[in-house]
Design a protein around this ligand. Structure first.
Ligand SMILES: Cc1cc2nc3c(=O)[nH]c(=O)nc-3n(C[C@H](O)[C@H](O)[C@H](O)COP(=O)(O)O)c2cc1C
Length: 153
């Protein structure tokens, strides 16, 4: 949330960093219209989108659009806008902003983590090779016992 209203952007540079303390990161393009809202101290929330949320991802990546216009959300503990129906929501506070080329890496401490939807029926939305993808239904049958060795070079 900013004095000019809520801000948000689609990122796939998200990664977990540390368990103790719980830290995560994402990289924000310095050229992005959203950069100033995130590359600073303050709260932000990360939403892990489900496979049926392509439209949400596209909306928050669309240039020149008021991304929250008509978008349902509720304020989190720190006033950050929280979107409905995400697989997981991490409410964070940025602790460090590290300059990295044409991006800034934002490191945030997780204050609250919520798993919004339970069960294997809902899978995460993926982005790979320039397209949105789904995790194969075979994943539901994965029992941790697959022999990966034929795939290793
Ligand atoms: C799947 C996907 C992943 C993206 N990941 C990032 C990212 O990690 N960091 C980033 O700065 N922009 C990322 N973007 C682009 C932003 O969403 C950005 O909002 C977009 O470039 C257009 O908005 P802007 O020009 O107003 O910033 C991603 C876009 C998509 C579709």
């Amino acid at each position: 949330m900013t004095p000019h209203g809520p801000r948000g952007m689609t990122v796939n540079s998200f990664a977990s960093v540390s368990l103790d303390p719980p830290l995560v990161l994402f990289a924000a393009a310095r050229s992005s219209s959203q950069h100033a809202a995130f590359a600073r101290p303050g709260p932000f929330a990360v939403h892990v989108l489900g496979e049926d949320q392509r439209a949400v991802s596209a909306r928050f990546a669309a240039p020149g659009l008021d991304r929250f216009d008509g978008q349902e959300f509720v304020p989190g503990e720190d006033g950050t806008p929280l979107l409905p129906d995400a697989l997981a929501v991490l409410e964070c506070r940025s602790e460090q902003v590290v300059r990295a080329g044409d991006h800034d890496i934002v490191v945030g401490r997780v204050g609250r983590a919520t798993k919004a939807v339970d069960g294997p029926a809902v899978r995460p939305l993926l982005y790979y090779g320039g397209s949105y993808r789904r995790v194969s239904e075979e994943w539901d049958e994965y029992d941790g016992d697959i022999d990966w060795s034929p795939l290793l070079l």
